[in-house]
Design a protein around this ligand. Structure first.
Ligand code: AMP
Ligand code: MG
Length: 449
C-alpha cells in the first residue's frame, strides 16, 4: 500500500481527528534498477510518500503566527459588513446616467463617521458629509471626494448650506460594497495555508478569533562522526568542528517545527541505532548528518539497514546532484529519517531542496519546492549533463548572477557570501554568461532574512 492511498493525504481530512498514523513501510522503496535518481524524481517520490502526521490544536490568532492551518477557515462575518465610504467627502444618491453634471445639492445636517453612522434616510437631492470607513447612509450610493466639492451658502437667511461638485462622479463611485473582501461563509483560507502576518489579518477580518492549526512537528536532530568536536572545544587538527548541528538547528527554527537536539553521536552502529530509536520515539521525524554514504564508517546506512531487517524500511537514495549525492531515506518505527551528507554545503543544500519541503508536508502544509526566478548569468560554468547542480551565487550590482569562487563542498564561507543557489537542470550542458539561469534565493528557500 502506498502512503498516499490510505485516505490521509489530504491535510483537511486529518483535522480534528486522532493523531494520524505514521507512514507506510514501503514509502521510500525504489523500483529495481533505479540507480542515480534525478532530483525531480526524488522530489516526486517524496511527495507521493509523505502525508501530514502532526495533530491539531486550536490557538488564538495572537499565538498562531507562522503555524499551519489545519482546516478550511470560513468567514463568520462579511468584510466589509456594510457598504461604506472609501474616501472623505459627500454621500448622495446619484441621479442616474446622463445626469452626472447635476452637481448642486442641499447639505444634510450632521455627518456619517466610522463607528457613528447617520441613522436617517438621505432624501434625493441632498448630500451628507461622510468620512472614510463610515457606513453609507440609506438612500445614498455614491461619494464625491471632498477635494472635488465646495461648500457655499453659509450664513444665508435660511441657514442652509449647499454643496457643489466640481467634477462629475460616476454612479457608485468611492463606495466599498458589503462583502467585497469576504462574504459570510466564504473560505477565507484553505487547510495547509501558512499563517503569515497577512493571513492572520485576513482571518481576523473574517470574524475568526482563533484557528485550528497543526501541532508543531517534532524533529530530532543529531550529527554523526568520531572526528567531531564542539565549537570552541580545544581539539586536534584532525578533528572537525560540528558546524552542521547549529546550522541545521537554525534551519529547523520555523514556528511550525519543534526541534529536539540529540547532540553528537559517535561512529558506532549501536550508538547510531540508539539515537534513531530514541529519535523516532520522541519525534515525528529524524534528521542526521554524516555517515550516509555507505562507507565503512557510515553507520547511518548500516543502522537503517539493520532496522530494515527488523521490519522498518531503509533506502539509500543516490541522487544525481551536486553537491549532495547519497542521502539516506528511511523509516524507524514509522518515523521518516533523513540522513544528510556530512559535508556542510551538501547538508545545507539537501536540507533546503528535499528535507524542508518534506517536513512542511509532514507538518500539514503543501509539498511545494521553492520556485526559481530567471536571472541572467554573469559567468561561464562547465556544467556536465546528467546531474542537477546547485551553485552558490549572488545577484551582483549589475543585476547578473555572480558565482562563488569554488564549488568545494566544505566551504561554508560560500554559503554566507551567497544569497541563493543557481539551479542548473539535470540535462543541461555548459552555461554561458548572458544566458538566463534559474535562481533560488535563500528567502524563497525558506530562510528568513
Ligand atoms: P561523512 O558524510 O560522514 O562521510 O562526512 C563527510 C565530510 O563532512 C567529512 O569531511 C566530515 O568530517 C564532514 N562532516 C561530517 N559531519 C559534520 C558536521 N556535523 N559538521 C561539519 N562537518 C562534518
Ligand atoms: Mg562521517
Amino acid at each position: 500500500m502506498s502512503a498516499a492511498d490510505d485516505g490521509q493525504s489530504d491535510p483537511s481530512a486529518a483535522a480534528g481527528a486522532a493523531p494520524p498514523k505514521r507512514l507506510a513501510d514501503d514509502c521510500f522503496t525504489l523500483p529495481p534498477g533505479v540507480d542515480w535518481m534525478p532530483v525531480d524524481e526524488a522530489l516526486a517520490r517524496l511527495e507521493a510518500a509523505l502525508r501530514p502526521c502532526a495533530g491539531v490544536e486550536r490557538l488564538d490568532l495572537a499565538a498562531a503566527a507562522g503555524r499551519i492551518l489545519a482546516e478550511d477557515a470560513a468567514a463568520a462575518r462579511a468584510h466589509p459588513a456594510c457598504d461604506n465610504a472609501a474616501v472623505d467627502g459627500y454621500a448622495f444618491a446619484h441621479p442616474g446616467l446622463g445626469a452626472d453634471r447635476e452637481c448642486d445639492f442641499a447639505l444634510a445636517p450632521g455627518r456619517a463617521a466610522p463607528g457613528a453612522p447617520w441613522r436617517a434616510r438621505l432624501p434625493g437631492g441632498q448630500a451628507l458629509r461622510i468620512l472614510t470607513g463610515a457606513a453609507m447612509p440609506d438612500g445614498a450610493d455614491t461619494v464625491v471626494l471632498q477635494e472635488d466639492a465646495a461648500l457655499f451658502g453659509e450664513g444665508d437667511a435660511a441657514g442652509a448650506r449647499r454643496v457643489q461638485f466640481r467634477a462629475p462622479a460616476k454612479p457608485g463611485a468611492n463606495r466599498r460594497r458589503a462583502g467585497e473582501n469576504l462574504a459570510i461563509g466564504d473560505v477565507a483560507l484553505r487547510a495547509g495555508a501558512r499563517l503569515t502576518p497577512q493571513a492572520l489579518g485576513h482571518l481576523a477580518a473574517a470574524g475568526l478569533p482563533a484557528a485550528p492549526v497543526r501541532r508543531k512537528l517534532r524533529v530530532a536532530l543529531f550529527s554523526t562522526g568520531d572526528e567531531l568536536i564542539a565549537p570552541g572545544e580545544a581539539g586536534r587538527p584532525d578533528q572537525v568542528v560540528d558546524s552542521n548541528r547549529p546550522m541545521l538547528a537554525a534551519l529547523l527554527g520555523a514556528p511550525w517545527i519543534e526541534a529536539v537536539d540529540f547532540g553528537r553521536v559517535p561512529d558506532r552502529r549501536e550508538a547510531v541505532e540508539a539515537a534513531l530509536t530514541e529519535g523516532a520515539k520522541r519525534a515525528d521525524a529524524v534528521i542526521a548528518s554524516g555517515g550516509a554514504s555507505g562507507g565503512e564508517e557510515d553507520h547511518m546506512g548500516a543502522a537503517l539497514e539493520a532496522s530494515a531487517a527488523a521490519g522498518d524500511a531503509f533506502h539509500l537514495w543516490r541522487i544525481a546532484m551536486k553537491p549532495g549525492r547519497p542521502m539516506a531515506m528511511g523509516l524507524r518505527r514509522g518515523a521518516p529519517v533523513f540522513g544528510l551528507p556530512g559535508n556542510p554545503v551538501a547538508a545545507f543544500v539537501c536540507f533546503l531542496i528535499f528535507v524542508r519541503p518534506a517536513l512542511l508536508r509532514l507538518a500539514g502544509g503543501p509539498f511545494a519546492p521553492a520556485r526559481p526566478v530567471r536571472v541572467v548569468s554573469g559567468f561561464d560554468y562547465p556544467k556536465k549533463p546528467g546531474r542537477r547542480e546547485y551553485l552558490r551565487v549572488r545577484i551582483g550590482a549589475d543585476g547578473r548572477l555572480e558565482k562563488y569562487r569554488s564549488e568545494g563542498s566544505g566551504l561554508i564561507e560560500g554559503l554566507v557570501w551567497s544569497d541563493g543557489l543557481a539551479d542548473l537542470p539535470h540535462a543541461a550542458g555548459p552555461l554561458r554568461a548572458g544566458e538566463p539561469v534559474a535562481y533560488l534565493s535563500y528567502a524563497a528557500l525558506g530562510i528568513a532574512p
